[in-house]
Design a protein around this ligand. Structure first.
Ligand SMILES: [Zn+2]
Length: 417
């Protein structure tokens, strides 16, 4: 046994004085709080003399003598004499659901949507010791065919599977101008949809209030009967429909903050009053839909909302329009769960995005969403990765999103607000 001095994370229940944060991320968390939920520890950081034992939470150090626990949920098991003396931060656990098959969707040498995106996001997470202390990895399971068939036609599902089989013999098979299928794409698509559904299930079951499905291929352009825009199956819709089919959730708000209109998601829920689809996106441009007067149809009229934004919209204007939209949604819908379909192509420098957000804006975006979520959602947020193609830019944006989900302050050096 060794005596070490660490800066450690500790359950704030052990302290009489609550932790405070000193950034704009500090806000009224009442809307996101789950009353009496034991799984949501408040976590504080402080200096403490710790006796390192095999069963003690390990410290993820930053090389400067500071760090956070690898698993904050275990902090409550620290002996009382090892409790911290100084508080500095608070975190909510975030589940990160992924599957290695997501990297097997090979789009060829010229395509923007590559597995390098996942590598870049992983690197950004691993470089953020404070964030690592709030994130718990979960190995996702592939979706079943029955999951896909709740959303997509049998014809489309078979078409994707057969294209992947054909790709074994002949190389990439293109389902449409932007969307190739390789021999690994079927497994990747099942993994992506399965991780999305599992992330949503974990949140609804109470395992955590926040989860991020780190997946590709993306999903929000996938229609019931066809692939489009790099998307094979609609991951968000597969997640929502599985939970609804199992009777685990009724009303869901899907917030699409990819740079492009979430046209597939809109189509799938257009006539359904149980799912509200909100999309912010640049306009005019691909996929040439998402006008404000597209508000749903039939009994679903009023549960679709589109916010087209001019090319070149930056963080301040984007967040102002986002706040307006969330206020409108609050008046119209009481979700039990919020799904954020997040495209990192909203960041400045994206080759496809035409918007000019900075990574710090994504922290504000998620923080604003958590604050604006109706109490009916009980703070339950599932985020799914959609687009984002500037590999050198997306890592910092991803870290800021996870930090906001964990209710940690934004990372330093993330650019101007
Ligand atoms: Zn996009």
């Amino acid at each position: 046994m060794r005596q070490r001095i660490h800066r450690v994370v500790q359950n704030a229940r052990d302290r009489a004085r609550p932790a405070r944060r000193n950034t704009h991320a500090a806000h009224d968390r009442s809307a996101a709080r789950v009353p009496g939920e034991a799984r949501r520890p408040s976590i504080a950081v402080g200096y403490v003399r710790e006796e390192q034992r095999s069963d003690a939470p390990r410290i993820a150090g930053r090389g400067d003598g500071t760090g956070v626990l690898d698993n904050p949920l275990r902090a409550r098991h620290l002996d009382p004499w090892r409790r911290p003396r100084v508080f500095a931060a608070v975190a909510v656990p975030v589940l990160l659901v992924s599957h290695p098959d997501c990297a097997r969707h090979d789009t060829g040498p010229e395509h923007l949507e590559t597995a390098l995106r996942l590598s870049a996001l992983r690197a950004a997470l691993n470089a953020d010791a404070m964030l690592l202390g709030a994130v718990r990895e979960v190995a996702g399971a592939p979706a079943a065919e029955a999951d896909l068939l709740r959303v997509h036609s049998r014809r489309h599902v078979q078409k994707v599977r057969q294209a992947a089989r054909a790709a074994r013999r002949q190389g990439l098979v293109w389902l449409e101008a932007d969307t190739p299928v390789s021999q690994g794409s079927w497994d990747a698509a099942l993994a992506a949809a399965g991780c999305a559904a599992q992330a949503a299930e974990l949140v609804v079951s109470g395992a955590a209030t926040r989860a991020f499905a780190l997946v590709r291929p993306p999903g929000h352009h996938a229609f019931r009967d066809r692939a489009m825009g790099f998307c094979l199956f609609n991951n968000a819709a597969v997640a929502v429909r599985r939970l609804q089919a199992e009777g685990r959730v009724g009303r869901v708000l899907v917030v699409d903050c990819d740079a492009h209109h979430g046209n597939g998601t809109q189509e799938l829920f257009y006539g359904d009053p149980s799912v509200y689809a909100l999309s912010l996106h640049f306009s005019p441009g691909y996929p040439d839909s998402g006008a404000p007067d597209e508000r749903g149809a039939g009994v679903g009229l009023g549960t679709t909302r589109n916010v087209p934004l001019p090319h070149g919209t930056g963080g301040t204007d984007y967040l102002a329009r986002f706040a307006e939209a969330l206020a409108a949604v609050r008046d119209e819908f009481e979700p039990e769960l919020v799904v954020l379909a997040l495209g990192l192509d909203v960041l400045a420098g994206d080759p496809e995005g035409h918007l000019l957000l900075e990574p710090i804006d994504l922290h504000r975006l998620v923080s604003d969403l958590l604050r604006a979520m109706p109490s009916s959602a009980r703070g339950r947020l599932v985020t799914l990765l959609e687009g984002g193609y500037a590999v050198e830019r997306i890592g910092p944006g991803f870290a800021q999103v996870l930090r906001a989900m964990a209710e940690l302050p934004p990372a330093d050096g993330a650019g101007p607000t």
